[in-house]
Design a protein around this ligand. Structure first.
Ligand code: CP
Length: 306
């Protein structure tokens, strides 16, 4: 694996290898073990052209715990603001002996563009491109599911909310399909479902209580207002009434169902605080496991290239 740009099309062996590699890194993510020297001397550049709390920070922590040097480019203070192109910025950072670029960008395909452009010894990880893909999020989500549910082949998983604008949902659906989850449901109003979503191999529900019936995993999504230019938005109250996860709606899922959310969460819009902070929520463990999964991805990429 030279780059990680998307989960779509990855062989199941590679997905399982990433999850298995992440397993021992959980002790590093949880700080039982402080650091490992696997990426000593490597320079990892975080290029986040869109806001991020979890992804940028956990990539930085993951790289530091692998003993790499981490450089966070401050985009608003960079020469991008003076008109430098994306690829000129990348060329200049490559001239500073970068080994890996972690890229988040509002344009779908931005990480692919950089991956095609850079020299073969440089690795690129897509940290979210437009509404296309967020592969490490999809991987940390299936890692979390495996931690709590052990197996994939007996699960019903529901993804609820703004699937249309969600790169996270796409990556989750590809990962769940690759790992053999027999039933992946998406639950959303028709206006928040992409045309032809069934072709991704999912079962579509517009009614949340019907869609949640007997599921093992509930994944909530944020309304991604920043990607809804010109669309007719539901009010937060109206959306919450029909698609917000409350304790009453969660009762339709299996009693031991887990509740996930990639963050950032909008409490009172897609999820009620009683559920977000409740006993079935694994939302914060997802963040911790994100460190382990990102350590796995970076160490596998650098291992492949060295
Ligand atoms: N889940 C996720 O990508 O969160 P951030 O936008 O905070 O990185």
């Amino acid at each position: 694996l030279q780059h990680l740009l998307s989960i779509e099309g990855l062989p199941v062996e590679i997905v399982r290898h990433i999850l298995d590699t992440a397993e021992p890194f959980v002790s590093v993510a949880e700080r039982e073990v402080k650091k490992v020297p696997l990426l000593r001397g490597k320079a990892i550049f975080n290029l986040f052209f869109e806001p991020s709390t979890r992804t940028r920070t956990t990539f930085e922590i993951a790289a530091k715990r692998l003993s790499a040097d981490v450089i966070n480019l401050n985009i608003s203070a960079s020469s991008q603001s003076k008109g430098e192109t994306l690829l000129d910025t990348v060329d200049n950072l490559a001239a500073m002996q970068a080994d890996m670029f972690i890229v988040r960008h509002a344009q779908s395909g931005a990480a692919h563009l950089i991956a095609r452009h850079v020299a073969p010894h440089i690795h690129v990880v897509n940290a979210g491109d437009g509404r296309h893909a967020h592969p490490t999020q999809g991987l940390l989500d299936v890692f979390t599911i495996r931690k709590f549910k052990k197996e994939f082949t007996n699960l019903r998983v529901a993804i609820v909310g703004d699937v249309m604008h969600s790169r996270v949902a796409r990556s989750q659906i590809h990962a769940l399909n690759i790992l053999g989850v027999p039933e992946v449901r998406v639950i959303a109003p028709k206006t928040l479902l992409p045309t032809g979503v069934e072709q991704l191999g999912v079962h579509v529900y517009n009614d949340m209580t019907k869609g949640l019936k007997d599921v093992d995993v509930v994944i909530m999504l944020r309304l991604q207002n920043e990607r809804m230019r010109g669309a007719l938005l539901p009010s937060a109250q109206e959306y919450f009434k029909y698609y917000g996860l409350t304790a009453e709606k969660l009762a339709y899922a299996k009693p031991d169902a887990i509740v996930m959310h990639p963050g950032p969460m909008n409490r009172g819009v897609e999820i009620d605080s009683t559920v977000a902070d409740g006993a079935q929520s694994v939302i914060l463990p997802q963040v911790t496991y994100g460190i382990a999964v990102r350590m796995a991805v970076m160490s596998i990429l650098v291992g492949a290239g060295s």
